[in-house]
Design a protein around this ligand. Sequence first.
Ligand SMILES: C[S@@+](CC[C@H](N)C(=O)[O-])C[C@H]1O[C@@H](n2cnc3c(N)ncnc32)[C@H](O)[C@@H]1O
Length: 262
Amino acid sequence: MRGSDFLLHVLWLVLFQAAAGWCQANITSMLAPQADRVMALEEWEERWHEGRIGFHQPQVHKMLENNIDKVLAGRTGVRFFFPLCGKAVDMKWLADMGHSVVGVEISEKAIKEFFEENNLTYSAEPVPAIPGAKVYKSSEKNISLYQCDLYNFSSSIDGQFGAIWDRGSLVAINPRDREKYTSLIISLMAKDCRYLLDTLLYNPELYKGPPFFVPDEQVHSLFGNSCDIELLHSVDALTDRQRNWGLDYLTENVYLITLKSS
Ligand SMILES: C[S@@+](CC[C@H](N)C(=O)[O-])C[C@H]1O[C@@H](n2cnc3c(N)ncnc32)[C@H](O)[C@@H]1O
């Protein structure tokens, strides 16, 4: 390499590192208001027991319905993963279309309500690899819901997935766990996995969450090294529910994330 080329190369590296450092510092400062917020698993279970589940929607989520063709990409019989599944009716909707669904949820009440409210009979059995965990399986549909902490789940328990629907999940986990969450999700993606991710943007000074604020820059810093990321929609999602939290704007971003081919 000639001397001038070498100098240019070094200059480029220095500039690149400075820009990366600036981006990271910018993300850290955006996240600061919620960085230390922690929801214990018991608090989630309490919410279920007290019926404080305003996040639950009785109908199929519009963003899943509107983007299902992009997620399926012509495939049939896709294995869907639902991290932090709650009792999302989307699971039954997909199973009715012939796909299979695996969900993970800490609340046993949520899991039982899912099956009961959708008129599905089920059986439960222990999961030997996860002490204390149970898997609830529908007798009629291809739906298995693991009752355990998400971070105890892995591809060694139930393989990898062809699709992931992440609504109320990345935005619900504790902000300090996002790197750990990302590694787990990437490890669960099969080569052809199409991961639909729903995030929320709002002023984190005004509301402590959950759901937590996840900026676009962080989606890129979390997934960008391993994945291609396409922003499919960015829409105004402010309703009276969030106005009552004190928010003055709320943007819902929906991404399609796929593993890089190399
Ligand atoms: C905001 S709710 C979203 C539920 C569902 N995805 C939906 O859209 O209706 C988050 C859910 O994750 C569960 N949860 C939170 N942390 C968890 C963890 N670490 N492992 C398993 N479940 C968890 C809670 O009990 C709650 O049902």
